[in-house]
Design a protein around this ligand. Structure first.
Ligand SMILES: Cc1ncc(COP(=O)(O)O)c(C=O)c1O
Length: 501
C-alpha cells in the first residue's frame, strides 16, 4: 500500500494514515474482510513509528472501518455487518472476520507503487451507498427539474444539420460555431468574453487539471482558499506543488494572510471560487475582488477563478446581474484564468465547461488541452448549438431559480425549527450547498456510518481541507433529491445531529 505522507503539515501522521486507509476502504479499493498490512509492515512501508501505526489502526477501529483480531491481524470491517458471509459477531457484538476466508487473489496488487496522491473527492464520490439512501451529498440539480425536452429536441435538430461534421475532430479550442453561441450566452450573463479567449473543456474539473498540469510543479506554491472544493484539492495535489491553505472571512479569501504568506514564499497561483463558494456558499465582496486582483498584479501571481454557480442565485427577483463581476472582468493584464462550468445549473452528465484566458497563458493551456484529449467531443458541441441559442434556456434558468428559492426556504425552515442551536449554519444567497458547523469536539466523519444506517448521506467537512482538516463541519446539498424526499432527509439529519451534539 502506497500512502502519500506529508511531513511538512500540522496534520499528525496517525491522522494522515487513518484518512488514507479510510478513504481506500470507503471507496471499495480495500474490500471487506481484506487483511491489512501488519502494524510492523505498515510502520516499515510508511516510515512511521510502530506507535503511530498502532494509533492509526486504533482510530480506524473506533471509526468502525477495521477490526483487529488478536493473533490474526487487522482486517477491513464489513459495512453490512452480520449479513456479510466473511464476518461473524462475537459476544461483544463486534464483527469478526471469518477464519476460513479465502485469500483475495488481488492482494498482491497492494505492493504496486502508484503515483496517486490523496484523492478525497474521488473516494467520497465512489462511496457505495446502500440502496434507497437519501443523497444529501451530490451537488447537482434533480433530473426532473432539468430542461430535458429542450436538450432532446436540440440533439435531434443538430443530428439532422451537422451529422456530416462528426467525421472530423473538433479544433482543440472548440468548434467555432459552438464557441460563438457560448460567447453570446456568457454576454447575456454579463460575462464579456470573446471566442479567441475560450477553450471548451470536459467539465470544469478538466479546466482545473489543465491549469495545474500547465503551471504547477514541485517547488511551486499554490495559495488555496480553505475550505475548498475537494475535487480541486485532488487535482492540485497531483502537481506536487506546495498547497498553502488561506482561510476565508465574510468577504472572501483573506488578503492579509496572502500578504503575510508572500513575505515568506513566492506564491505562484491562487485558487478561488468567489461566487457561491463550495462548500460555504459565501460570495466574495467587490472590494475584496479588487484587492485580490491588485495583489496578484503587484506580486506577479496567476489567479484561477472557478465559477460554476453564478446562475444559481436564490432570489425571487433575478439579481444575478447584481452579483459582483467575476475577477476576470477586473483583470487587465491576463493574470486571471476563468473557469465556467455547466454542470451545476445544467447537466453534469454532459461534462461541459469553458476556460477563459489571455495571451500565452491561453496558448499554453490550449497546448495542454491538445495533449490531454485532442479536443472535446465535436458531436456534443454541435448538439448543444441549438440548445444554447434557444430562448427557452433563459426561461428555464428563471424558473429553476424560483424552484430553488422555495427549496432553500424549506431547508432553512426545517433547520430553524428542528436543529439544535449548537449546530451553526447560514442560509446562503445562492449555490446549492449548506455548510454546517458542529461543536469542535465532534467529528462529522464519525457520524457517517450512523447516517447511512438511518438512510442519509452527506459529505464530511474534512474532505474540503488541503491541509489539516477541520472535522467538525459537514456539507449538504439540497437540490439533488426529489421534492418528496427532501423533508424526510432533513428530518433524519436534524435528529442525527441533535442526538450527537
Ligand atoms: C467549485 C467547483 N468547481 C468545479 C466543479 C466540477 O464541476 P464539473 O462537473 O464542471 O467538472 C465543482 C463540482 O462540484 C465545483 O463545485
Amino acid at each position: 500500500m502506497n500512502i502519500d505522507i506529508e511531513r511538512q503539515t500540522n496534520t499528525p501522521l496517525k491522522e494522515q494514515v487513518r484518512l488514507a486507509i479510510a478513504q481506500r476502504i470507503r471507496s471499495g479499493l480495500l474490500a471487506p474482510g481484506q487483511r491489512l498490512p501488519s502494524v510492523r509492515q505498515l510502520a516499515d512501508q510508511m516510515k512511521i513509528s510502530l506507535v503511530t501505526a498502532v494509533q492509526a489502526y486504533r482510530l480506524l477501529e473506533n471509526d468502525g472501518l477495521v477490526e483487529s483480531i488478536q493473533g490474526k491481524g487487522t482486517f477491513v470491517a464489513s459495512p453490512q455487518g452480520p449479513n456479510n458471509p466473511w464476518i461473524n459477531q462475537n459476544s461483544n457484538g463486534l464483527h469478526l472476520v471469518h477464519q476460513e476466508m479465502p485469500a483475495n487473489p488481488f492482494d498482491w496488487q497492494l505492493t504496486i507503487k502508484d503515483y496517486l496522491p490523496r484523492a478525497s473527492f474521488w473516494s467520497q464520490s465512489a462511496v457505495r451507498l446502500p440502496p434507497g439512501i437519501l443523497d444529501l451529498a451530490t451537488a447537482s440539480i434533480h433530473h426532473s427539474l432539468l430542461p430535458l425536452s429542450l436538450l432532446n429536441s436540440s440533439i435531434q435538430q443538430s443530428l439532422r444539420e451537422y451529422s456530416s461534421s462528426l467525421g472530423s475532430y473538433a479544433p482543440f479550442q472548440g468548434d467555432p460555431e459552438f464557441l460563438k453561441v457560448i460567447v453570446d450566452y456568457l454576454k447575456a450573463q454579463d460575462l464579456p468574453f470573446e471566442t479567441h479567449q475560450l477553450i471548451v473543456t470536459n467539465g470544469t474539473q478538466q479546466g482545473i487539471d489543465l491549469f495545474a498540469r500547465t503551471f504547477l510543479g514541485p517547488g511551486d506554491v499554490l495559495a488555496m482558499e480553505t475550505p475548498a472544493f475537494s475535487g480541486s484539492i485532488d487535482a492540485f495535489r497531483f502537481s506536487h506543488a506546495s498547497i498553502q491553505p488561506i482561510p476565508l472571512d465574510q468577504d472572501g479569501i483573506r488578503i492579509d494572510i496572502l500578504e503575510d504568506l508572500s513575505t515568506r514564499v513566492k506564491i505562484k497561483a491562487i485558487y478561488t471560487v468567489p461566487t457561491y463558494q463550495n462548500p460555504t456558499g459565501a460570495v466574495m465582496s467587490l472590494r475584496r475582488r479588487r484587492q485580490l486582483v491588485e495583489f496578484a498584479e503587484q506580486n506577479d501571481i496567476l489567479i484561477l477563478e472557478d465559477e460554476p454557480h453564478r446562475e444559481l442565485t436564490l432570489s425571487r427577483r433575478n439579481v444575478m446581474n447584481k452579483l459582483p463581476p467575476p475577477l476576470k472582468a477586473l483583470d487587465m493584464t491576463g493574470r486571471v484564468v476563468y473557469l465556467k462550468g455547466f454542470s451545476k445549473f445544467l447537466f453534469p452528465g454532459l461534462r461541459l465547461g469553458v476556460i477563459a484566458a489571455d495571451g500565452t497563458v491561453y496558448s499554453r493551456l490550449l497546448a495542454a488541452k491538445s495533449i490531454v484529449d485532442l479536443g472535446s467531443p465535436l458531436w456534443l458541441q454541435k448538439a448543444l448549438i441549438p440548445f444554447f441559442k434557444h430562448s427557452q434556456l433563459k426561461s428555464y434558468i428563471r424558473k429553476l431559480n424560483q424552484v430553488l428559492v422555495d427549496r432553500s426556504d424549506l431547508v432553512a425552515g426545517k433547520l430553524f425549527a428542528k436543529l439544535s442551536p449548537q449546530v451553526h449554519w447560514q442560509k446562503p444567497s445562492g449555490g446549492m450547498h449548506l455548510w454546517l458547523t458542529l461543536p469542535p469536539a465532534l467529528s462529522a466523519d464519525s457520524l457517517i456510518p450512523e447516517a447511512h444506517h438511518r438512510g442519509i448521506h452527506f459529505l464530511p467537512g474534512s474532505i474540503f481541507y488541503p491541509g489539516e482538516p477541520e472535522a467538525h463541519h459537514l456539507r449538504i446539498c439540497w437540490t439533488n433529491l426529489p421534492d418528496a424526499d427532501l423533508p424526510k432527509a432533513l428530518d433524519i439529519l436534524c435528529e442525527l445531529l441533535n442526538q450527537s451534539v
